[in-house]
Design a protein around this ligand. Structure first.
Ligand code: ADP
Length: 265
């Protein structure tokens, strides 16, 4: 709290009264501090791939380019780092777009969620040649929601790819769609490493990662869930996580339902 104190004088210079202005600067300072932290995070996230690339390029220039074994590997590293920077900048641009215009940038349409969700899950099931079992517990009902399909797909992609990324071999990933207080409740559960209880809410913050090194190694930007939260909130829904270290994580989100649910067939 900041206070400004001024004395009011009459025409003879006598004190006539005083005015105190109290202003709440804590909120302002918090925003300012968050902004500084964000800029410092962005700089750091960009500097890491850039310094890696510089050292590999230096090695190539110093003669590694002539080595038929090493050269392709080094070029591969610089390519990966470039890809990561492109992902990061794209994520940043998307966040800044969303910061500017709330929900006005959304192209909403009426969508039956269970079918849409199934298609997204199918895509993951087809494209992975890996080890996780998928279990679908989708209600045998129509759930109509008013959504920007591409944006909600992006949310699902982020959540599902995290579940896969942070899961062990053989783990089951469970998908649910049900109702909660007249809202649609969607959840994705994994049996992965989990998240420490005290940090579970922070995973939706920009650049927050439980394990920075590991996340970078798997190619994460640390922005996926921050973007997911922006998108869900711009659809008037909520997103949160439950997790137990060593046991697994569930990510939940809600979306307002637009219609009475109807039985299929
Ligand atoms: P990243 O690109 O690092 O995956 P996200 O914003 O998608 O960024 O996630 C933020 C962090 O939350 C991750 O780095 C990870 O530590 C944690 N996290 C997200 N999903 C899971 C999950 N299913 N299991 C364990 N940790 C998770």
């Amino acid at each position: 709290l900041k206070s400004n104190f001024s004395v009011v004088q009459d025409e003879h210079g006598e004190m006539d009264g005083f005015i105190t202005v109290l202003s709440d600067v804590t909120e302002q300072e918090k925003v300012e501090q968050e902004r500084r932290e964000f800029v410092s995070n962005v700089s750091h996230e960009l500097r890491t791939p850039l310094t890696t690339m510089r050292s590999y390029l230096e090695a190539l220039t110093d003669g590694a380019w002539e080595d038929k074994e090493i050269a392709p590997r080094f070029l591969d590293v610089t390519q990966n780092e470039t890809d990561r920077m492109i992902r990061l900048v794209n994520d940043l641009l998307q966040l800044s777009k969303m910061d500017r215009k709330d929900s006005t940038g959304l192209f909403k349409e009426k969508v039956e969620f269970v079918e849409h969700f199934s298609q997204v899950i199918d895509r993951f099931e087809m494209s992975r040649n890996e080890k996780n079992t998928f279990s679908r517990e989708l209600a045998n009902q129509n759930f109509f929601v008013w959504i920007d399909k591409d944006k909600i797909t992006q949310v699902l992609d982020n959540i599902i790819s995290n579940a896969i990324k942070y899961s062990p071999e053989g783990g089951t990933i469970t998908f649910k769609a049900e109702t909660l207080k007249k809202q649609l409740l969607v959840s994705v559960s994994d049996q992965g490493m989990g998240i420490p209880t005290e940090t579970v809410d922070k995973i939706f913050d920009r650049f927050y990662r439980v394990d920075k090194a590991r996340s970078r190694e798997i190619g994460g930007t640390g922005l996926g869930l921050a973007i997911a939260r922006e998108i869900i909130e711009s659809h008037h829904g909520q997103i949160w996580a439950n997790s137990q270290e060593g046991k697994g994580t569930t990510i939940f989100f809600t979306l307002p339902l637009i219609n009475q649910k109807r039985r299929k067939n």
